[in-house]
Design a protein around this ligand. Sequence first.
Ligand code: E4P
Length: 224
Amino acid sequence: MKFFIDTANLAHIKEAHDLGILDGVTTNPSLMAKEGIKGTQATLDHYKAICEIVDGDISAEVLSTDFDSMVEEGETLAALHPNIVVKVPMIKDGLKAIKYFSDKGIKTNCTLVFSAGQAILAAKAGATYVSPFLGRVDDIGWDGVQLIEQIANIYAIQGYETQILAASIRSSLHIVKCAEAGAHVCTCPLEPILGLLTHPLTASGLAKFVADAEKMKEIMQEQE
Ligand code: E4P
């Protein structure tokens, strides 16, 4: 399973990249606005800055919701860098735009997916990635991980090549569950990724090893 970071924060992207396990980045208009990015040029410059940090797929979302404008925006975004993936919402015009981009060899990420039916349409249109939002599915009392499993089963049975990009991840446990459920990619903020590193037994075990290492150093010093 590939690891993408779901943020437009350059410091977080750099920190995840420096861990050596980062495969890509996803952004959305809310994450860009959170970083204070406004206007076309600033937006394009920000995506270029992300592409300079991470050598992997970078999802950049279109802001419009009609076919012609999505195509115009997507082509501008795709021209920025070969690693840009045009992120398109799962709506009727979005589906048409994904098919258009797919036919032109432009990578896409179909976003705001909440059902297996939507995921089937995204695959049929040739999306590179489909983004089921499992955290938001959990928020309304449904089972987000089960949705990932269902899509993974359907894609395997049908031989669809679209990659399942599990999104809206809220915890380290979500990441593990997505790996079990067959997601090809998980995208999440920095905290759940860092959370995978920690375990109380690792902390207590290391404290004991460090203390015993000190004793070993004392013994070695005495022997010298
Ligand atoms: C996916 O690509 C979205 O950017 C993101 O995962 C949404 O997450 P949220 O539900 O925490 O906003």
